[in-house]
Design a protein around this ligand. Structure first.
Ligand code: FMN
Ligand code: SF4
Length: 344
């Protein structure tokens, strides 16, 4: 989960408690270089972070966003070489993921928001002789980027519980692929309800953002504690340069500035650049204009405490972030989610 929030301290804590701890690949070269006080490239930083996430035992892997085109392959290679237990990949369709390098014992798990996208990925992966080891079905209540058009987020048919049956059917058709649901799952009762509906597991973001081990800045965690239901909005024009709706706390300083078009366009991180006609990574809609997009690289890096003195932070959360009323250790959260203890 997202830029500098889910690094090895969070992922290894989750792994130790019996979950699958997931680090985010985004911006790892800068984050790890700063922490280690020497230069790491994307491959090296990914290798380092996945190794650390696995060091305390249990299962740990990485989320690699397709939208980070420039670093995608290096991130995948670094994770595979470090022996990641899983690579989870979304924010776009990871159509070529199995073709980058033989995954050996690493499970490859795409994220989808519809049965159609899942079908497309399974068909494409068949050409590599690979079947997804599981699939994450992410509904519209999730944090981060959303796999729905802005006017389709609130449709009844796109509720997670309504998306699950066709995806489950597709998963059975392709050979009983496990389906992991995500987006808005908050309690032990929610987990039990989705398992009863046919899900094989859950992926959770927002609740782990609000843990002691998450590397979100103190200001980010404070903003989550303060947020009311009406404060959580989907950013769109200005929105993410990745072209997908993006959920934020509306008081996030970078979002407030973006609404007033205050930050002058400046591209000095380049993680979401796309290729131009000559095949060079030069294109990002936030680079030339602040009209439709904010600079997501800098906003999210600032939220992780990377450069808060230079750039304003942008806080992404799931819709349920308004329910968070304290920051707790991962162990307490995992005990609560597994039903060992009551919330409190
Ligand atoms: C702070 C934050 C950062 C996230 N970053 C990513 C990411 O980098 N890549 C991704 O695929 N999903 C990302 N997500 C989505 C989560 O992985 C997860 O699927 C989703 O938030 C689940 O919904 P929940 O937050 O209601 O539990 C992020 C979510 C949050 C809250
Ligand atoms: S303009 Fe900002 S968001 Fe776009 S690639 Fe450059 S640093 Fe990243």
């Amino acid at each position: 989960m997202g830029v500098g929030v889910s690094l090895s301290p969070l992922a290894s804590a989750v792994a130790r408690e019996g979950g699958v701890g997931i680090v985010s690949s985004a911006c790892l070269d800068r984050l790890v270089s700063k922490r280690m006080n020497r230069k790491f490239d994307t491959y090296e930083a990914t290798y380092e972070e996945v190794s650390l996430a696995k060091a305390a035992g249990g299962f740990a892997g990485i989320n690699i966003m397709v939208a980070l085109v420039k670093d995608f392959e290096s991130s995948v290679r670094g994770a595979l070489d470090a022996g990641a237990d899983v690579i989870i990949s979304g924010a776009g369709l990871p159509l070529n993921l199995p073709g980058i390098q033989p995954p050996k014992d690493t499970a490859l798990i795409p994220i989808v928001s519809s049965a159609r996208a899942f079908d497309l990925i399974c068909k494409k992966w068949e050409r590599f002789g690979y079947r997804p080891d599981a699939v994450v079905l992410e509904g519209p209540l999730a944090g981060g980027h959303l796999g729905f058009k802005i006017d389709q987020i609130d449709l009844e048919s796109n509720k997670l519980e309504n998306l699950l049956p066709p995806v489950k059917e597709m998963a059975i058709k392709y050979g009983n692929i496990p389906v992991i649901v995500a987006g808005g799952i908050y309690t032990h009762a929610d987990i039990k309800a989705y398992l009863a509906m046919g899900a094989d597991g859950v992926q959770m973001g927002t609740r782990f953002l609000a843990t002691e081990e998450s590397s979100a800045s103190a200001a980010y965690k404070a903003a989550v504690l303060m947020a009311g239901e009406e404060d959580i909005v989907v950013a769109h024009k200005p929105g993410s340069p990745c072209g997908l709706p993006f959920r934020v706390i509306k008081q996030s300083p970078m979002y407030v500035s973006a609404m007033k078009r205050l930050r002058k366009p400046k591209c000095d991180k380049g993680y979401v650049l796309l290729k131009d006609a000559e095949g060079k990574f030069t294109r990002c809609p936030a680079k030339e204009s602040n009209e439709a997009c904010f600079c997501i690289c800098n906003g999210l890096l600032s939220s992780a405490g990377y450069n808060p003195d230079k750039e304003e932070p942008l806080f992404t959360v799931g819709t349920n972030a308004f329910r968070v009323d304290k920051i707790i250790p991962v162990k307490n959260l995992m005990d609560e989610l597994s039903g060992k203890t009551l919330p409190g």
